[in-house]
Design a protein around this ligand. Structure first.
Ligand code: 0A1
Ligand code: ZN
Length: 883
């Protein structure tokens, strides 16, 4: 029997809270197994309430209730009712009152890593989305904003550092008890999900930042003692984030101190708690020896992301969890713009689109599809998705593309002005752009309510006589769960027409007007756009910069693609043309594996021009050479997917490309050697990535010399980027070099758990045939632990989500392995378990044999007794139940 159904929460049922909370005084008395929390809440009926305010229902979970006082009077057992997840005070006055609640919780036993828990010896909290209710009974919802004052008391030796949101107002010893305390006050109203508290033995580095109005802000990064020397990059990223938010959006920091704490056990990447960001340590700690260029870049992006939340999320928060994209989509958009400005705009755009296509497109095409603003959920933690985050960011980007940079900025300024200090909605956000720019965005709102990736089918006709080019665009949208019929979107299509000389032709519409920045606004299911004064047959470059999150079908000849790869003034679309070309070659070679003996020859020639163009950034050329991934190809094939056939065909083509370009690749490899000491900046990282891309294609040839070169790259590496590049390549090649390299890496890094995550991941991603067995063995490795989410993601996540070949092994071994780990994990950490289940999101696109095995594996999960609400929601949607 399936697990019992759980309650569905719906957007349309939103009702304001019964009460407001003017202030919260928390007194947290830390003990590993019995932490006593007293919450003093100053409350009053909410003027916006739709129900009577004569009783009060608070939520709470896993709490032991000690005492409740209403305006100073201790309540008797008959005055309140306690259930597994609530505390109801049966009668409260319909005027301001004080409620004092004392509860006990057990941080040591909290393995779900939400609420108050312990990571190693540290105490820390994670309250988004609904963790605060595990600390005390409360109106734990984002539209209840309050002023928090937090007193923390703990053993002075076990927890010398005591932190919470806001500014420190007092600290001292508690008599002669060996305990001490600190009192923090946050002057900004906030919802409970932004509350945080950290206590433990922590070291810190510090710096200061002078804001644009001249205020001095103290900056601190707290880490496990001994790790201080790995915090420099995070601090540098923080200061650049603060400066960028001022420069680009006019947004200044508002407290006297900004703190970041790195913790080892964390369900997600990081958390934007007001003035006290808590981070997964892998997104803080970096040194050249222990972190890759990719890690450095993620640290910069996530430090930026959490910092930018201070305005988009904290100062202006969400009315309810359905509005999650209001803070997340917007903040991802902001962090992407930050990366683009700090590094290279095109390279960032390519990376963002790769990420979107890899994570969000499959979500949108499968059983977990949901709109950027979902209309229902069972467990909100399941909605921290690629759709809410990444597609949500694309929606903001489209607004910017449609309104222009200045128009978008005006709308943002109005949003900050109108809604500062509020919990608001997507409608109110979009209204700011309508009002600031005098436009109607009604149709645009569909991007928030319809799921699925639109299909754009385009064709171009040229008429020599009238010198006109006519572009026909049809948009369509397939049904998705709960949405059988869809309406056409407003889509900003950025485009160009390129003349035979390789130059862009000035776009002139029929009425003589010129589209701004080459952007055409599509609004109908089918439309024709005519361009006049086009002197000769042009080549069209459509969806420049990926101006909308759609699938584009445009029947272009190989010659046109080759032309675009060389001439398109839009570098993003040059890259896209190469991807489209390569996809076509690989898929064709699958269809006629025998007929084409050398698939990829022409592709190699076409790549050569751009790859060897020294005027282009190395990082861009590296992206240009990174041909479509196996999941990229599976997405194009769409149904009856055979991952092994894809792997084989891709391998075959890449081998030819490696052989054909060998001389050029060797040159690139030699000439881009970094000189001097390691620097993580974009230019140096770009060189390393170009060398890595060249080496990876060379190794495809499978020659003994290539394997020696990969082993040498590994052995001579002076930084983690090069070391891991070498190890990753060797991990796919059975033989003594592989064994030696893995053993050497383990020996060198077994004392560093973060670095060991890379060792687990590299093996889990191997395409060797016994990878599933290796992963199974690694689950028993002494350094592996299901209790550490980073380890779970490194081993199980990498295998299930980044190893299409072996996860989908035709005998079902991959599925079984993953499912049994997920079931065990679900017993104590449902959030991470449910996330891992996402690996099955495309199971229905597989060929029948694998589909059957995947379905069986999912059934095993569904029928597991005691399945969490988190996993239940995902698995039932995935299978398509009666729900
Ligand atoms: N708001 C965070 C994401 C986040 C969500 C839930 C968490 O707890 C399980 C933790 C972090 C962000 O966007 O960075
Ligand atoms: Zn965020």
């Amino acid at each position: 029997m399936p697990a019992k159904p759980h309650r569905t929460i719906r957007l349309k049922d939103y009702k304001p809270a019964s009460h407001e909370i003017d202030s919260v005084d928390l007194d947290i008395n830390l003990e590993p197994e019995k932490t006593r929390v007293t919450a003093r809440l100053k409350m009053r009926p909410n003027p916006a309430r739709e129900t009577l305010a004569d009783k009060l229902v608070l939520v709470g979970q896993g709490l032991e209730l000690v005492e409740v006082k209403l305006s100073g009077r201790k309540l008797g057992a008959k005055d309140y009712a306690v259930t597994a997840d609530s505390l109801t005070i049966k009668a409260v006055p319909e005027k301001p009152f004080t409620l004092e609640i004392t509860t006990i919780c057990n941080p040591q036993a909290n393995k779900a890593l939400t609420g108050l828990y312990r990571s190693r010896d540290m105490y820390c909290t994670q309250c988004e989305a609904e963790g605060f209710r595990r600390i005390t009974y409360y109106l734990d919802r984002p539209d209840v904003l309050s002023i928090f004052t937090t007193r923390i008391e703990a053993d002075a030796e076990a927890a010398p550092v005591l932190l919470s949101n806001g500014n420190l107002v007092e600290s001292g010893k508690v008599g002669k008890t060996g305990r001490h305390y600190a009192i923090w006050h946050d002057p900004f109203k906030k919802p409970s999900y932004l509350f945080a508290m950290v206590a433990g033995k922590l070291a810190h580095i510090r710096d200061t930042f002078k804001t644009m109005s001249g205020r001095k802000v103290e900056l601190r990064i707290y880490v496990e003692p001994g790790k201080e020397d790995r915090c420099g990059w995070a601090m540098d990223s923080l200061k650049r984030s603060m400066a960028w938010d001022e420069r680009r959006w006019g947004r200044e920091y508002d407290l006297d101190i900004f703190m970041i704490v790195a913790v080892s056990d964390f369900n997600m990447g990081a958390m934007e708690n007001k003035g006290l960001n808590v981070f997964n340590d892998k997104l803080v700690l970096a040194s050249p020896e222990t972190a890759t260029d990719g890690n450095f870049e993620s640290i910069e992006a996530v430090i930026g992301h959490e910092y930018f939340h201070n305005w988009t999320g904290n100062r202006i928060t969400c009315r309810d969890w359905f509005q999650l994209c209001l803070k997340e989509g917007l903040t991802v958009f902001r962090d992407q713009e930050f990366t683009a400005d700090e590094r290279s705009g095109t390279v960032e755009r390519i990376a963002a689109v790769r990420g979107l296509r890899a994570a969000q497109f499959p979500e949108d095409a499968g059983p977990l599809a949901h709109p950027v603003r979902p209309s229902s959920y069972i467990e909100i933690n399941n909605f921290y998705t690629a759709t809410v985050y990444q597609k949500g960011a694309e929606v903001c980007r489209m607004l910017q593309t449609t309104l222009g940079l200045d128009g978008f900025r005006k709308g943002m300024d109005l949003y900050f002005e109108r809604h500062d200090g509020e919990a608001t909605t997507v409608e109110k956000f979009v209204a700011c752009f309508e009002d600031a720019c005098g436009v109607d965005l009604k149709q645009f709102m569909l991007w928030y309510s319809q799921a699925g990736t639109p299909e754009l089918v385009c064709s171009l006709r040229y008429d020599t006589k009238s010198q006109t080019a006519e572009l026909t665009v049809e948009q369509s949208l397939s049904p998705s769960p709960g949405q059988p019929k869809k309406k056409p979107y407003q889509i900003p299509l950025r485009m160009g027409l390129i003349g035979s000389n390789g130059q862009d032709i000035e776009l002139q519409l029929e009425d003589g007007s010129e589209p701004r920045d080459g952007v055409i606004e599509l609004t109908r299911a089918r439309e024709k756009i005519r361009f006049k004064n086009v002197p000769s047959k042009p080549v069209a470059s459509l969806l420049r910069g990926f101006s909308a999150p759609v699938n584009l079908t445009f029947d272009q000849s190989v010659e046109d693609l080759e032309f675009l790869m060389v001439h398109d003034s839009d570098l993003y679309n040059r890259w896209q043309a190469a991807q489209t070309y390569a996809t076509r070659v690989i898929i064709n070679s699958m269809k006629s594996a025998k007929a084409t003996t050398q698939p990829g020859l022409e592709l190699a020639m076409a790549l050569r021009h751009t790859v060897s163009d020294e005027s282009l950034e190395p990082a861009y050329r590296a992206q240009f050479m990174s041909l479509p991934s196996e999941p990229d190809l599976a997405r194009q094939i769409r149904s009856n997917v055979d991952p092994a056939a894809i792997h084989e065909a891709r391998d075959r083509v890449l081998k030819v490309v490696g052989q054909e370009l060998a001389e050029l690749l060797q040159q690139l490899y030699e000439r881009n050697r970094a000189k001097g000491t390691y620097s993580p900046d974009a230019a140096n990282a770009g060189k390393r990535s170009l060398r890595a891309a060249a080496l990876s294609l060379l190794v495809r040839r499978g020659l003994p010399a290539d394997i020696t070169l990969a082993a040498k790259h590994f052995g001579e590496a002076r930084n983690m980027t090069d070391q891991l590049t070498g190890l990753g390549l060797l991990a796919d090649i059975a033989g003594p070099e592989r064994t030696r390299a893995l053993a050497a890496f383990e020996k060198q890094w077994s004392g560093d758990l973060l670095v060991m995550d890379k060792w687990f991941a590299v093996q889990a991603m191997s395409d060797l045939p016994d990878t599933a067995e290796q992963v199974e063995a690694l689950l028993r490795h002494p350094l592996f632990s299901l209790h550490n989410p980073n380890k779970v993601r490194a081993l199980i996540g990498s295998f299930a989500q980044a190893n299409q070949l072996n996860f989908n092994r035709p005998d079902g071994k991959g599925y079984q392995l993953v499912v049994s780990s997920i079931i065990e994990l679900d017993g104590f950490n449902p959030q991470v378990a449910a996330r891992m289940l996402g690996a099955f999101r495309s199971w229905q696109t597989l060929e029948p044999g694998r589909r059957k095995l995947a379905s069986k594996a999912l059934e095993t999960v569904r029928s597991h007794p005691g399945l969490s609400r988190d996993a239940y929601e995902i698995v039932t949607k995935m299978i398509g139940s009666e729900e």
